[in-house]
Design a binder for this molecule. Structure first.
Ligand code: FMN
Length: 186
C-alpha cells in the first residue's frame, strides 16, 4: 500500500501562539505511524498577500503540499469564537487540491471550552472545500496547563491525548486510503 501523506496545518501565525505545541505533538505522533508521511505546515513560513485564490495570491509551496497531501489535520486555536484569519487565508488560497480528501480537526483554547466553537465554525468551511470531515475531534482546553514552556506534554495527560490523537489518525487514514484509491481511478 502506498504511503499516506498527512498535512498538519498550524492554525495561526501569531508570534506567541501556544497551539503550536499541540500541532507539533500531533505531527510527531503521526510520524511514528507506519506508511505515513507528515508535513507540518506553518503559515508563518508562507506568503499569502491580500485575499483570494487567483494565481498571484497563492504560495506555490503550499499549492504543492495540498496537491501531495492525502489527508489534512488542522489545529485550530479559538479566536473570538472562531478560527484565525491567517488559517482561513491559507485555506482559501487553494480549492481543487482539497477535494475528496479527509480532514481531522483539533481545537485549542486557554479557557475551558477547548476551541469547540472554532472547530464547529470550521466544519462548513472544509465541507465547502470538498473535504470529508471526521465525525469526532480532539480538544486542548487550558493549553497552558497541558504543555510546558518547551512544548513537553504533562505526563499525566499523555495517555489521554495519545489515545484521542491515535483514534483520529486511525479514522483519518482509513478514509484517506479509500479516497486515494478512488481519486486515482477517476
Ligand atoms: C485574537 C484572539 C482571540 C481569542 N478569542 C478567544 C475565544 O473566543 N475563546 C477562547 O477560549 N480563547 C480565545 N483566545 C485565546 C486563545 O484560545 C489562546 O491564546 C490559546 O492559547 C490558543 O491560541 P494561540 O495558539 O494563539 O496561543 C483568543 C486569543 C486571541 C489572540
Amino acid at each position: 500500500m502506498d504511503k499516506i501523506t498527512v498535512a498538519v496545518l498550524v492554525g495561526t501565525a501569531r508570534e506567541l501562539r501556544l497551539s503550536i505545541f499541540a500541532a507539533k505533538y500531533i505531527a510527531e505522533y503521526g510520524k511514528k505511524l507506519p506508511n505515513t508521511e507528515v508535513i507540518l505546515v506553518d503559515p508563518q513560513e508562507f506568503n499569502f498577500p491580500l485575499d483570494g485564490n487567483d494565481l498571484e495570491y497563492k504560495d506555490p509551496r503550499y499549492t504543492e503540499i495540498t496537491r501531495r497531501a492525502d489527508a489534512f489535520f488542522i489545529i485550530i486555536p479559538e479566536y473570538n469564537h472562531s478560527f484565525s484569519g491567517s488559517l482561513k487565508r491559507m485555506l482559501d488560497s487553494e480549492f481543487d487540491t482539497y477535494n475528496h480528501k479527509p480532514v481531522a480537526l483539533a481545537g485549542v483554547s486557554n479557557g475551558g471550552w477547548g476551541g469547540t466553537r472554532a472547530v464547529e465554525s470550521m466544519v462548513p468551511v472544509v465541507r465547502e472545500l470538498g473535504m470529508v470531515a471526521i465525525s469526532f475531534d480532539v480538544y486542548f482546553p487550558r493549553i497552558q496547563e497541558i504543555f510546558d514552556n518547551s512544548g513537553k506534554i504533562r505526563p499525566d495527560l499523555k495517555k489521554h491525548y495519545d489515545q484521542s490523537i491515535g483514534s483520529l489518525y486511525s479514522e483519518l487514514i482509513w478514509f484517506a486510503k479509500i479516497l486515494k484509491a478512488n481519486r486515482s481511478s477517476n
